[in-house]
Design a protein around this ligand. Structure first.
Ligand code: ATP
Ligand code: MG
Length: 489
């Protein structure tokens, strides 16, 4: 088969594997995501095969293989440095836990195998000759840009509740609509998400939020009501999510994954502490949690600065500059820059007329779509047009669409983003490691045993040097340390 969207080495190796199966008298096809992505002109990252050969027969043909999922008929074949999952045609039954089939039956007909797959666009396969087997209209749905279950949606989501999130994920990543019946089935089965492990939910959520059309997926998630029904705490109602929608309009423009999460949690009005706890409950790795919480801590420090330095106060700008520098030192340059990038995204998402003089702190209005009198029903396909703003969700239509605490509107006199960036850039140093004096030197010069005083003194010197009060010079820092120390006596 002529692959145009797969790396050529991978494509060649895949053709070798498929040919070998055919030469041994078995049926074999490329199947699933690779066919979908090839058809849509999207990069193909992995190529899966489906075959009439039983697992034992597959293993006999290929000397280099790993029985990765033998019970389900999956063997991983290693070929020319690439790996391919080859799975025996199978049907599934008895999904007692709404996740995994209890019984797997190997079958002889590829159409039977395609029937167990989740969506029509994922239920196509293709032979070596490039001819597609597509009994459920996957190619047509690709053209119509539609996610549609194979068979009865309600049943399919009941069998495996993860499919509901896969549905939202594919709609989001591909910017597709969800077929009316599929959406209706999802709404009926949404409580079943409680059966799915948090890690799996998180993995789908990551693909939505970090994908090319996060707004699309977040809008669908808000309207589906899925997440509050999962195992992990999700302390937001549909209306919180709808209100958050207006604030996250710029999310797709953020390149940094951590900033996307930070924007979402900011829009959902989480404190840095709460955000960290939530990310932990959602099983995010520590590095993600601390990066996201760091950005929100800068927000909190800056909000506190604006609250504590009254507008128009003489020397107010210098007081704010020092507060900003203190925040950069406390939370790191990358968190501080992250917050400014995020703030820029928030402001850019505002309608032009709404920018100056906003009454921030006013509640961010927005009832969920379903509660508004003229809003289309959630399963109204019109409401799911990929590029139409979702009703009441993820459309930055409201003028007061900044979160409480965003300074630009509260404080017309407050420094703008370029000013804050120039304050950061003007700092001669950004970390304690760059300070031209060590704790050991201070202890020696001041003839004192190291103790808590030392950390405090280092921080004061760091702040003085970062703010430009004294040069970052060993001799001058030691002099300043002596002065500070004698003032303490
Ligand atoms: P991607 O790799 O981009 O996530 P994919 O479609 O390849 O997309 P996989 O999870 O790799 O997704 O699954 C491969 C194929 O297996 C799918 O295309 C689909 O046919 C089938 N499949 C995967 N998960 C399910 C599921 N939960 N229910 C039914 N079929 C599934
Ligand atoms: Mg795949």
């Amino acid at each position: 088969m002529d692959w145009t969207m797969a790396p050529s080495g991978m494509a060649q190796a895949a053709n070798v594997v498929l040919s070998a199966l055919l030469e041994h008298g078995h049926e074999a096809y490329f199947v699933g995501g690779c066919i979908r992505d090839e058809l849509l002109g999207r990069p193909v990252h992995d190529i899966d095969l489906t075959t009439s050969a039983l697992p034992g027969e597959v293993m006999e043909i290929f000397p280099r293989c790993v029985p990765t999922g033998l019970a389900h008929g999956t063997i991983t074949i290693l070929q020319d440095g690439w790996s391919f999952e080859v799975t025996t045609y199978r049907t599934e039954s008895g999904y007692a836990d709404h996740r995994r089939p209890e019984h797997v039956l190997f079958v002889r007909d590829v159409n039977e195998d395609l029937r167990r797959r989740d969506f029509t666009i994922n239920a196509m396969c293709c032979g070596l000759d490039g001819i597609r087997v597509d009994p459920y209209g996957g190619a047509e749905d690709s053209v119509r840009r539609l996610i549609r279950c194979v068979g009865d949606a309600e049943e399919r989501f009941d069998e495996d509740a993860l499919r509901m999130l896969r549905c939202v994920r594919f709609a989001s990543v591909l910017d597709f609509r969800v077929a009316k019946n599929t959406w209706r089935g999802l709404l009926r089965q949404r409580d079943k998400l409680a059966h799915i492990a948090v890690e799996r939910v998180r993995a789908e959520l990551e693909r939505i939020v970090l994908g090319p059309h996060p707004q699309r997926g977040l809008g669908l998630l808000a309207r589906s009501g899925l997440l509050p029904r999962g195992k992990a705490p999700f302390p937001w109602t549909g209306s919180d999510m709808a209100a958050a929608a207006a604030l996250t309009a710029g999310i797709g423009d953020l390149q940094d994954a951590h900033l996307r999460w930070a924007l979402l949690l900011h829009a959902l009005k989480r404190s840095a502490f709460e955000a960290d706890e939530l990310l932990r409950a959602w099983t995010f790795p520590g590095a993600t949690r601390s990066a996201v919480a760091g950005v929100l801590r800068v927000r909190e420090a800056w909000d506190a600065a604006l609250a504590e330095v009254p507008p128009g106060e003489p020397g107010g700008t210098e007081a704010l500059r020092r507060r900003w520098i203190a925040a950069v030192l406390a939370h790191g340059q990358s968190a501080a820059e992250g917050w400014l990038t995020l703030l820029a995204a928030l402001l850019a998402a505002l309608p032009e007329a709404a920018a100056p003089g906003l009454a921030l702190g006013a509640p961010v209005a927005g009832a969920p779509a379903a509660q508004r009198p003229n809003a289309p029903a959630p399963d109204d396909p019109a409401a799911q047009r990929p590029n139409a703003p979702a009703p009441g969700a993820f459309a930055p239509q409201r003028p007061n669409a900044l979160a409480p605490g965003d300074f630009a509107a509260q404080r017309p006199d407050a420094p703008d983003i370029p000013a804050l960036r120039s304050w950061t850039a003007g700092m001669p140093l950004h970390t304690l490691a760059e300070l031209a004096v060590t704790g050991r030197e201070l202890a020696t010069v001041l003839h004192k045993r190291p103790g808590p005083w030392l950390g405090e003194l280092l921080q004061r010197l760091l702040m003085a040097a970062a703010a430009g009060d004294i040069p970052n010079d060993n001799r001058l820092l030691l002099l300043e340390a002596k002065r500070m120390d004698s003032n303490e006596q």
